[in-house]
Write a protein that binds this ligand. Sequence first.
Ligand code: PEP
Ligand code: MN
Length: 367
Amino acid sequence: MKPSLEVLPLNSWVETNGKPLIISGPCSAETEEQLVETARQLSQLGAVHVIRAGVWKPRTRPGSFEGMGKAALPWIQRAKAETGLPFAVEVATPEHIELALKYGVDILWVGARTTVNPFNVQEIADALRGVDVPVLVKNPVNPDLALWIGAFERIAGAGITKLGAIHRGFSTGEASKYRNVPLWQMAIELKSTFPNLPIIGDPSHMAGKRAYLQELAQMQMDLNYDGLIVESHIDPDNAWSDAAQQLTPAAFGEMLEHLHIRKADSPNLEFQNALEQIRSKIDNVDRQLVETLAARMALVEKLAEYKRDNNVTVFQPERWKEVHETRAKQGKKMGLYPELVEEIFKIIHMESIRKQTEVMNSNEQSA
Ligand code: PEP
Ligand code: MN
């Protein structure tokens, strides 16, 4: 059964005048002064629709700053009163939800360390039953699309229709220049599972470092995300959590100015025709790609039969090394991103080994 979700459009719960939704604020509410002043400076930018702050901080290791908890909630009320902007807070338990709503928090989000646990998510969903509040769900820490989908199903199952996803990247164990690997495909697959679900990019937690925020935010805008959530702080270097990735409100304003926001589509007929033509050429090239792959696999099959009949092993490291190196070099010469060619050939090789093993273990001898 294909999952489906009843989701209201973003503009039914937040006014952005057709622009991407911009959420910003400190990683954590630290002091009343820090929170209110950050919110004030952000609201002066005139481009921020919602203020965020962490009140309860789920930390991977104990001993880090775990949030001010309930004490920070009256500060949120003050920040809201002074800026007139709605406020978003992370919740991880029914108690957090109750307190946040009691103090007038407008939008809730479920953090990446909570989305991983269906028990937690179900508790949150149960506590949300009968409540009319927008809920954003961050991707789980580990790259498991089903967990992310499941969280939406649980929360939607409790009757929440003001929903959105936050893509903050994944912990994969592989070295990466970013704190969390984007795995764009995961967000794209979530969007194709739930086409109406708004997606908000979180370049801050993806980047982990200020230097990478702009490029990630731009990528998210180019992928037609519905908004951004970016951490900002009046004194980022001295922030009590996530110091390396936060921006001053002024720097955030500059980042927004440099963002190139493209249209998702254009009604211009000439443009549409050109697009159609290029797409049909791409369709052709893709067909050739598939045919070429099939031809390669047919050769691999033949090769396997010879290997089987001569009792030679499937995997021959020198040959693979040669294939790998020459293809990467060819790709580079053609101006292709080297990792693309490498990754494609890794997959092709995996399939080739699978196919050869299958042939080797079939008893038929070739003529
Ligand atoms: C946060 O938004 O401050 C946070 C804790 O993020 P994540 O759940 O993505 O790690
Ligand atoms: Mn943070």
